[in-house]
Ligand binder design. Structure first.
Ligand code: HEC
Length: 274
């Protein structure tokens, strides 16, 4: 519990630092009074920022935890939550965990990972998203549209087969809809949704924080799962990574690396907006 509080305070400090920057001196005089509440970013810009954070998180988890962890004998499984399966979440299920946590938060941000040839039929794109995914497959550029049925601004970003593990696992999976994926293929897209067309600084920071909190939540669930292992060897949880042996970073160390890899880009965006 103490650990969770510590991690959330790190997230809060980031938020406070950002909002302090905008309200004390970071923005011109006349903007001061309304800083934090006036509309500062278009929904497209914000979804682009959070998608960038997600790219870094997803790559870090896939390569540094799943990829290197497997070499140490750690297991990752789609049924990782089952009591008799002693394993961690696959990358797609890690992302689903983040999405579930965001859904429980007060931030109205939606996140979904889909494809045209999915392993899980529930992840197949439909309607307008299926049409735009065809375009993403051609140019790999983000797509934005207003979903009239759901009344949500929607952004889609390419999800590439960036590691050999993506290809082999999907090609070999018993339920796969396609078994000739190659490295670099467009395997799917992340879809992000938000109800408003523009966001204040406060709302923007809330979106980024709810994503970061989602990462911590699912990662902590993974560490809890390890805690309950009975048959498998438990990795040592601390400040080391699987690359060095049978180790896993704490949620705090994991989040810290994500922040280091992505926050510069995000911060540049936040500061350059005026
Ligand atoms: C060890 C196996 C494994 C690895 C590695 C893996 N995936 Fe998956 N992936 C799955 C499974 C299983 C699902 C379905 C999860 C579910 O039930 O929603 C999935 C879901 C997906 C989906 C949603 C569509 C679908 O197929 O259901 C995409 C897109 C995707 N993965 C892309 C990737 C990419 C890109 C990588 C590498 C960065 C990757 N996957 C790595 C097993 C894997």
């Amino acid at each position: 519990m103490e650990k969770i509080i510590k991690i959330y305070s790190v997230i809060c400090i980031i938020a406070i630092t950002m909002s302090c920057f905008f309200s004390c001196g970071g923005v011109p005089e006349d903007k001061k009074a309304s800083a934090g509440t006036e509309k500062a970013f278009s929904v497209e810009e914000v979804l682009e920022m959070v998608a960038k954070e997600n790219d870094v998180t997803r790559t870090l988890y896939t390569k540094a935890i799943v990829g290197k962890g497997k070499k140490q004998g750690m297991k990752f499984d789609e049924d990782w939550r089952k009591d008799d399966v002693e394993a961690g979440p696959l990358p797609a299920l890690f992302l689903r965990g983040v999405a579930t946590s965001i859904k429980k938060s007060p931030v109205p941000l939606g996140l979904y990972l889909g494809s045209d040839f999915p392993i899980n039929a529930a992840n197949k794109f439909e309607g307008q998203q299926a049409v735009l995914f065809e375009q993403i497959k051609k140019d790999q550029k983000p797509q934005f549209f207003y979903d009239d049925d759901q009344k949500l601004h929607t952004a889609m970003f390419v999800d590439l087969a960036s590691a050999g593990a993506c290809v082999t696992c999907h090609n070999d999976h018993a339920q796969t809809a396609k078994s000739d994926w190659k490295l670099g293929d467009v395997m799917g897209a992340t879809t992000w949704q938000y109800p408003k067309d523009s966001l204040s600084y406060k709302e923007t920071v809330a979106v980024l924080n709810s994503y970061a909190k989602g990462t911590v939540d699912i990662y902590m669930e993974y560490l809890d799962e390890i805690e309950a292992f009975e048959k498998s060897e438990k990795p040592v949880i601390g400040d080391k990574w699987p690359e060095e042996g049978n180790y896993l970073p704490t949620a705090e160390v994991f989040l810290d690396s994500v922040k280091k890899l992505s926050s510069y880009e995000t911060m540049k965006h936040l500061v350059a907006a005026k």
